[in-house]
Ligand binder design. Structure first.
Ligand code: FAD
Length: 401
């Protein structure tokens, strides 16, 4: 039997602790805060988006801007199917929403918290709150935890599940162990567009758009929502996640180009407008032409091309037509700043995966030291993928001690 410390009482910490205890170890979770599983509580708007109905490992890893390659083997060991089985076999049934997100049938994150607390108790996991760890020190191959209250304790194995931190210096206690940290930057945010040309269209959404970050390889499809502060929606969140570091390095100051109808090419649109000119010359250009484009947005795109409300197809100039096509296919918005999406955010960066044996989640440099959850340089897009990474890495770390 080993004496195991788990640093952090979040999703990854509980999952790791439960599995380490199941294997007969003496396990203690040390949590610096007053309460446990705080992010689980507030996640998914209080409903906890536990995982995602994506059951092929090769598809699942595509939702992770950081860690996709490294997670392949980990997901073969513990994936979304295992998460569903794990909770269901403990009486927590999950349901799938239309977009693939999975929630407890109760629609309450408390159901997940109760399940994890019950399992921890059942397996004899000890829990210490208000017990922050300031340092882990390696002395003669022994791992010693130094607590905020100056106490010290030796352990056979330590699992670090301290989550993401917003600032680089928060990782210093891990750097002191000689561990490489990939600089943290935020992921999952929406774009601020001061003086937006789309002002007045707040609440308008487009079901399928393609967002491109100018001068980059970053291009992502999905629904887009016009907000009071700029743009949001799955396409924006996906772009913010995959381009997190690139956009950070631009100080959140860049041009986003929006393709409002990715299914059409410029040539096809030109042909369509020429047909309209020929077959419906007296039809007003302002009248809705594309089902998927809300009328108010269509009018705005026309107006931005210099087309006035009463203008008929017969009267639009070649210049106006080309300008309208450009507005439809690459409408430029000047992004300046970011806003957190429903307070949901994750950290891009953390423990460098090159230092971790993904078969065990053990440090390659320090035997007995394990990692799981968001403290690792692993993060996913919204939809339950971040918790899935926490369950998977927590399971592997806990089972490996
Ligand atoms: C508002 C919000 C909503 C979210 N909703 C979802 C969702 O629905 N689905 C999804 O998949 N993801 C969601 N996420 C992301 C998800 O919550 C995190 O990725 C996940 O909680 C990470 O789990 P973790 O255990 O690694 O870290 P955390 O949950 O952050 O837990 C880390 C714990 O370690 C403690 N700690 C830190 N340092 C120390 C120390 N030195 N000593 C002792 N304790 C320490 C912290 O206090 C914390 O309790 C959401 C995030 C936010 C912010």
């Amino acid at each position: 039997m080993k004496n195991v410390a788990v640093i952090g009482g979040g999703a990854a910490g509980f999952f790791a602790a439960i599995h380490a205890a199941q294997n007969g170890n003496e396990v203690t979770i040390f949590e610096k805060g007053n309460s446990l599983l705080n992010k689980v509580r507030i996640s998914g708007g209080g409903r906890c988006n536990v995982t995602h109905a994506c059951f092929e490992v090769n598809d699942l890893v595509k939702f992770y801007p950081r860690g996709s390659k490294e997670l392949i083997s980990a997901f073969y060991r513990f994936n979304t199917n295992h998460t569903i089985d794990w909770f269901e076999s403990r009486g927590v049934e999950l349901k799938t929403e239309g977009d693939g997100r999975m929630f407890p049938v109760s629609d309450l994150s408390q159901t997940i918290i109760d399940c994890l607390l019950k399992e921890a108790k059942r397996n004899g996991v000890k829990i210490k709150t208000q017990c922050g760890v300031n340092a882990v020190v390696l002395v003669d191959s022994k791992l010693i935890l130094k607590f905020a209250n100056d106490a010290e304790k030796e352990f056979d194995s330590v699992i670090v599940t301290s989550g993401g931190y917003p600032s680089s210096k928060n990782y210093d206690w891990l750097r002191d162990l000689g561990i490489n940290i990939v600089e943290p930057v935020p992921s999952l945010f929406t774009f601020n567009i001061p003086n937006s040309p789309l002002k007045g269209l707040e609440g308008v959404s487009v079901s399928d758009t393609l967002i491109t970050v100018e001068d980059s390889k970053f291009k992502y499809n999905g629904p887009l929502l016009i907000t009071h502060w700029g743009i949001s929606g799955p396409a924006v969140l996906k772009t913010s996640a995959f381009a997190a570091r690139f956009i950070h390095d631009l100080n959140y100051n860049f041009t986003a180009s929006i393709n409002f109808i990715p299914s059409f090419s410029a040539i096809e649109l030109e042909e369509l407008f020429n047909q309209q000119k020929k077959n419906h010359p007296s039809k007003k250009v302002f009248s809705k032409l594309f089902l998927q484009l809300p009328g108010r947005l269509w009018e705005r795109l026309c107006a931005a091309a210099g087309i006035t409300e009463g203008c008929q197809y017969a009267n639009i100039s070649k210049q106006q037509m080309l300008s309208l096509i450009k507005n439809i296919l690459s409408y430029e918005l000047k992004v300046k700043g970011k806003t957190t999406f429903k307070e949901e955010f994750v950290t891009c960066g953390g423990i460098d995966l090159k230092e971790v044996d993904m078969k065990t989640m053990e440090s390659k440099k320090i035997p007995g030291l394990f990692f799981a959850g968001e403290v690792l340089n692993i993060d996913g897009v919204t939809g339950g993928f971040n918790f899935q990474a926490a369950w998977t890495t927590g399971f592997i770390a806990g089972s490996s001690v």
